[in-house]
Design a protein around this ligand. Structure first.
Ligand code: NAI
Ligand SMILES: O=C(O)C1=N[C@H](C(=O)O)C[C@H](O)C1
Length: 265
C-alpha cells in the first residue's frame, strides 16, 4: 500500500525537490499540495510542474478532508510551518517537517500534542546525512574540545538565523560539555554582534551570501591545535534521501522525534 503525501510549499526550493522525490518513489503517492497562492488549480498548471497532476489547496483543513493523507511534508516558513504542523496533528496526519526556525516553546508544545494524539512527527533541521554526521561528530569532539564556535553559511534568501542546523548542533554539543564562557572574560564588542550569537557560551556566526547553498563549519580549539568539521550541501538533492527515510519512518511513530540522527541506525 502506498503512503499518501501532501506537500506544503511545493513551489519553494526544497518543495520542488520534494515533489520530484514523491513522484519518483513507487511507494509514495502525492495526493495534494498546499500553496497559499494557487488554491483551486492543478499543480500541472504551475510553471515547472507540467507533468505532475495533483490538486492544489490553499486551506490545509480542506486539503486534509479531501485527500485523507498519511503524511504532511512541510517546507515553508517558520510561523506557517508551526501552524501546519499543529493542524496536521489535530487531524491525525503525521508531519515531516523540514522548516526551520521554530522556537523552543513551539517544539515543546508540538511534542506534547504529538504524544497526546499519538500521531508520529519528525522535525529534522537537516535532512542531509553528511550534516547529521557532522553534528554527531561535533558532539563527540566537544567532550575533548570544549571550546567551540559554529560558522553556518547559507544563501541570502534564508529567513531564519542562526540556521536550524546550527541550533541543533549547539544543543547536541551542550549535552556533552558544561556551560562555558569562551574567549577573554573581559572581551567587549565595539560593533554589536561581532562575536556572534551566544548559545550557552558557544558562539554561532551566520553568513548570508548569494552563491551559497547550505554549509556549516564547526571549529574546535585546544592547546596548540584546531579541529574543523565541515559539511557542504551544494545541491538540495542532498536532502532528499533523508526526507524519504522520514516519510517511511514517521508511519511507525507515535511521538515526536527532533533530529534525523534519532532515527538513523
Ligand atoms: N531540513 C532540511 O534539511 C532543510 C530545511 N530547509 C528549510 O525549509 C524551509 C523552506 O526552505 P526553501 O525551500 O529554501 O524556502 P523557499 O522560500 O524557497 O520556499 C518556501 C515555500 O513556502 C511557501 N510559503 C511561504 N509563505 C507561506 C504561507 N503563508 N503559507 C503557505 N506557504 C507559504 C512559499 O510559497 C514557498 O513555496 C526553510 O525553513 C528552510 O530553512 C531548507 C533546506 C533543507
Ligand atoms: O534554508 C536552508 O537552505 C537550509 N535550512 C536548514 C537549516 O536552517 O539548517 C537546513 C540547511 O542548512 C538548509
Amino acid at each position: 500500500m502506498s503512503i499518501k503525501v501532501v506537500i506544503a510549499g511545493p513551489r519553494g526550493r526544497m518543495g520542488r525537490e520534494a515533489v520530484k522525490l514523491i513522484m519518483n518513489t513507487a511507494e509514495f503517492e502525492l495526493v495534494g499540495v498546499l500553496d497559499h497562492r494557487n488554491g483551486g488549480r492543478d499543480l500541472n498548471e504551475i510553471e515547472g510542474f507540467s507533468s505532475v497532476q495533483c490538486p492544489v489547496y490553499d486551506q490545509l483543513e480542506e486539503c486534509f478532508t479531501s485527500t485523507s493523507p498519511d503524511v504532511l511534508i512541510d517546507l515553508t516558513i517558520p510561523e506557517t510551518g508551526y501552524i501546519h504542523t499543529k493542524t496536521a496533528l489535530l487531524h491525525g496526519v503525521r508531519p515531516v517537517v523540514g522548516t526551520t526556525g521554530f522556537t523552543a516553546s513551539q517544539l515543546k508544545e508540538l511534542k506534547a500534542l504529538s504524544e497526546e494524539k499519538k500521531v508520529g512527527t519528525i522535525i529534522a533541521p537537516n535532512f542531509a546525512i553528511g550534516a547529521v554526521l557532522m553534528m554527531k561528530f561535533s558532539a563527540m569532539a566537544a567532550k575533548y574540545f570544549p571550546d567551540v564556535e559554529i560558522l553556518e553559511l547559507h544563501h541570502d534568501k534564508k529567513l531564519d538565523a542562526p540556521s536550524g542546523t546550527a541550533v541543533k548542533t549547539a544543543q547536541m554539543i551542550s549535552q556533552q560539555r558544561e556551560q562555558k564562557k569562551q574567549g577573554h572574560p573581559d572581551e567587549k564588542e565595539t560593533i554589536q554582534g561581532a562575536r556572534g550569537a551566544d548559545y550557552e557560551g558557544m558562539r554561532i556566526h551566520s553568513v548570508r551570501l548569494p552563491g551559497l547553498v547550505a554549509h556549516q563549519q564547526v571549529m574546535f580549539g585546544g592547546e596548540g591545535q584546531m579541529l574543523t568539521l565541515r559539511h557542504d550541501s551544494h545541491d538540495r538533492a542532498s536532502f532528499m534521501s533523508g526526507v524519504k527515510v522520514c516519510v517511511e519512518t514517521v508511519m511507525n511513530l507515535e511521538t515526536l522525534v527532533y533530529g534525523l540522527e534519532n532515527i538513523l541506525d
